[in-house]
Design a protein around this ligand. Structure first.
Ligand SMILES: [Zn+2]
Length: 56
């Protein structure tokens, strides 16, 4: 998958992003763009976020 320029334009990673912010960024990024893989350090937390049941 190629880089999604539009998505990146509106989803900038904050310079001092917290771990939580980075996890959410990568969750959204993985769904919208494939320019880079999720870092190994983030992946376990990302999978946990995606598996977490959603309550309304
Ligand atoms: Zn990307």
């Amino acid at each position: 998958m190629a880089l999604n320029r539009e998505w990146h334009r509106y989803h900038r990673m904050p310079p001092k992003a917290t771990r939580e912010q980075r996890i959410k960024w990568h969750a959204a990024h993985a769904a919208a763009c494939g320019c880079r893989a999720v870092p190994e350090s983030i992946r376990p937390d990302l999978e946990r976020l995606l598996k977490r049941p959603r309550k309304r």
